[in-house]
Design a protein around this ligand. Structure first.
Ligand SMILES: [Ca+2]
Ligand SMILES: [Ca+2]
Length: 233
């Protein structure tokens, strides 16, 4: 092709436009990205050593590696907004402990630090008192042994009755035996590091944490739940 004055002009302008669009995109991407930092977790004392010798035959859990979990990056300034917030639970007369234990900051694997509810699908519900943008949620059911909790489902809602804007952010109930929908998340072993769920900035005020017994027992234990978040507008 013979280069005319016109094609040279178009090539130059086209390149400049692509460059400008690229710069704008880079700036826009940067403005929407908060500065990240590792979550400042304080983990409880490990209550057992090593990894489970045998895998239960009917689990989707991966065998723990025994290596520390890699640091989780969240926007700088997140705090555990669940600490000391009001908790209610589905079992009106828990067998041991009280709902307050779930947000009291104590996550050691001692008997006195665990709320124990009866068998079947049970839940604890936390009211954060206002909307928060949540980045990481941690659950310790009971880390006295490497057990696997069944039908773990986490939901976020705008109202305490879980009618408005209910969103499921974790569900490992593969056969829908708890009736909250089929979940595709994997089961996991309890341990001192707790289960970390990436909440991806979801905004909400009320949280529900379901379970349906474990590989150890039909009962439902809850030691502590943390919600690492920033205030939402
Ligand atoms: Ca606790
Ligand atoms: Ca199930």
């Amino acid at each position: 092709m013979k280069l005319t004055k016109n094609t040279v002009w178009w090539r130059g302008t086209g390149a400049a436009m692509i460059l400008a669009a690229g710069l704008w995109w880079l700036q826009a991407a940067d403005a929407g990205k908060a500065e990240l930092a590792p979550l400042p977790l304080k983990l409880p004392t490990p209550a057992f050593k090593g990894t489970p010798a045998e895998m239960p035959p009917d689990t989707t859990a991966e065998k723990p590696t025994g290596k520390p979990r890699p640091p989780f990056l969240a926007p700088k300034g997140v705090t555990n907004v669940a600490l000391n917030k009001k908790v209610i639970c589905s079992d009106k007369a828990p067998m041991t402990g009280a709902p307050e234990l779930v947000t009291d900051g104590n996550k050691e694997a001692t008997e006195s630090s665990v709320l124990i509810m009866r068998k079947g699908s049970q839940y604890v519900q936390i009211d954060l008192e206002k909307n928060y943008a949540m980045y990481a949620i941690l659950i310790w059911h009971a880390h006295d042994a490497p057990k696997i909790y069944r039908d773990v489902v986490v939901q976020v809602a705008d109202d305490p009755d879980f009618i408005e804007n209910v969103r499921t952010i974790f569900n490992n109930d593969h056969d829908n035996s708890s009736g909250l929908g089929i979940g595709t998340d994997r089961e996991y072993f309890e341990g001192f590091e707790g289960k970390l769920i990436d909440a991806k900035g979801i905004v909400g005020r009320y949280l529900r944490f379901y379970s349906r017994g474990s590989t150890d027992s039909a009962l439902n234990e809850y030691t502590e739940i943390e919600v690492w978040a920033l205030p939402a507008n």
